[in-house]
Ligand binder design. Sequence first.
Ligand code: 9MR
Length: 382
Amino acid sequence: EYNTSATPDDLLDIYIDDIEIYEVRVVGDNANLPKLCEIYKEDFKVGVALMDFELKDERRVNLITTQFNSITMGNEMKPENILDYKTCSSDVKKYMTEPALNFSKLDLGMKFAKEHQLSMRGHTLLWHQQTPRWFFTKNYSRDPNAPLASKEIMTKRLESYMKQVLTYCNTNYPGIIYAWDVVNEAINVEDGIKGGYRSKDSYWYQIFGSEYIELAFTYARKYAEEGVSLFYNDYNCFEKSKLFAICTMAEDLVKKGILDGIGMQSHIKMDYPSMTDYEYAIKKYASLGVEVQITELDIDLAGNSLEDLTKLGTRYKKLFSLYQSLKETKQANITSVTVWGLSDDYSWLNGDKRKYPLFFDDNLLPKAAFYGACLDESIPLY
Ligand code: 9MR
């Protein structure tokens, strides 16, 4: 009822915080679907990349926990979400070589994995992207012209960062993370540097040259839980020049006992790469004697006609048949296959144009892509 006699003095200021708005959709039941993690349980883990809002959406949680036995957080465990600018810059001297970190975002995924008994791929300890520039400056400065810190300082910061993140995970969530992307996307042959190293947009390279890669793996080995596999992870790594650069870099790290696997991201297209080139790359990495994981699989599909979606199903079926046969014939030790997102509407590929790259549609209903990945008979293989 309205109190018509209220005056402005009768009103209270109300402060509303932490509002979350959810879209509610009415859809079918996914309980009776075949289960990917069951189908491949003798072969490899099957994973999905997640965003934090998904961890609280009941229908998504049901689907995630029945279909998958591994998760990767799409963003929450990247340096930009862990480095604590406020604290670092509040006392530059104190935090000069031991940066202050904040694990509240990292906790979200780790707790979820623990609660639902899922394994986790840690993504990612070192990357040129999603790592703020201030971290690379001597005084933790946000001034875009502030000079970069010395190699000596950055070596200490790198070790401290690795030590803090890995110790925090080992102590609070033992046994959850089975693989870490230690270094992500450090090769970019287009930059024209010997060895194929990414240089132009990498402060790591600008401060260290290529040396930081070995340092990162050394520290990761020093502080990671025993039994956790350490990965180098990259995209388009089936392209020959990149493939050979990665192999050359990795060979040395394998010899030193600090690299256990290659992560092939696999953001691919309908007709690129060819299955032959893709298979060649998997085998080449496997020949280094390391694990291979498919870490960020999606297929950039722009159409959603029945024909498009069926073709997508066929492409997924070919891929999963290949992974399974390479594993079962011991041609490649594929230990995990992760798809980069649960449903099309939240794929990172959506920009100006809508894309349809994943297993589930906007209503969380399974697409031909899902059945292809299940190797379902109804999906044509050619
Ligand atoms: O999925 C991630 C997206 O939400 C972010 O906006 C983007 C920012 O760079 O990173 C995406 O994930 C990337 C992953 O961390 C590394 N390989 C490429 C992925 C897609 O860009």
